[in-house]
Design a protein around this ligand. Structure first.
Ligand SMILES: O=C(O)CCC(=O)C(=O)O
Length: 227
């Protein structure tokens, strides 16, 4: 590479790095605003919903990623965790340390129906989910970066983050990793670029964390189900 080309690449690298730093700072600010707001938690989430959607979409410049902090209230969160902890119908233990079980709509508890209603209200494209995956992360457990299968799942993937905050990170070849702290009781959406162009993962959690991800099956997956 020519010397001046190298310099250009370096200076672009510096710019990207400074943008990422800004994203991290904004992420921390959003988090602390979130914490302050939790103290005054009530059921009218309309304002914060719009604010967070704006911050993440504009600053991250990652098309298709949405984060909705305080999407559910603390008592509903407790109810959901209690179900995950006590419903052993489908429980499996993974080598990675995660505990997980999958569900189809016919097995959804009523709370899952309510969750789907909340999700639909947050984002109109998040509907017709016919698969849910429950995960429990003990402290120190992580989920390495991956793409969710295009073949098996439709575009919109929704994650519900419960009990503790988590660091959700995105990686892409030749691009610096982007990390976002997602607070407990938040809901995130992966679609578009954030779903297809970036791999996502969860860094080792500090405290026990639960997540539920909702997906919509593709025709391929529906056929596979029947076999
Ligand atoms: O626990 C999470 O929020 C992430 C789960 C995930 O990435 C997956 O199920 O593919």
């Amino acid at each position: 590479m020519q010397e001046d080309e190298k310099k250009k690449v370096e200076s672009i690298g510096n710019i990207v790095e400074s943008i990422i730093k800004k994203v991290e700072i904004v992420g921390k600010r959003v988090e602390s605003v979130g914490k302050r707001e939790e103290k005054h938690e009530d059921d009218s989430q309309e304002n914060s919903k719009l604010k967070y959607l704006f911050v993440y979409n504009i600053i991250l410049k990652m098309n298709g990623f949405h984060l909705f902090p305080q999407a559910i209230n603390a008592s509903f969160e407790k109810q959901i965790i209690n179900i995950i902890e006590t419903d052993y119908r489908f429980m499996r233990y993974l080598k990675t340390g995660k505990i997980f079980y999958q569900m189809s709509p016919e097995d959804y508890p009523v709370e899952w129906i309510e969750l789907l209603r909340i999700i639909r209200d947050l984002h109109e494209s998040c509907k017709d989910f016919d698969y849910s995956l429950q995960l429990k992360y003990d402290p120190g457990v992580s989920f390495s970066a991956h793409y969710d299968s295009k073949k098996r799942w439709d575009e919109y993937i929704v994650g519900v983050n419960l009990n503790s905050e988590a660091e959700l990170y995105f990686t892409k070849k030749d691009t610096k990793t982007v990390s976002i702290i997602i607070p407990p009781r938040s809901i995130y959406v992966l679609s578009g670029e954030s779903r297809y162009e970036w791999r996502h993962g969860i860094k080792k959690v500090k405290d026990t964390r639960y997540s539920i991800t909702f997906r919509k099956k593709t025709e391929f997956e529906k056929k596979r189900d029947k076999e």
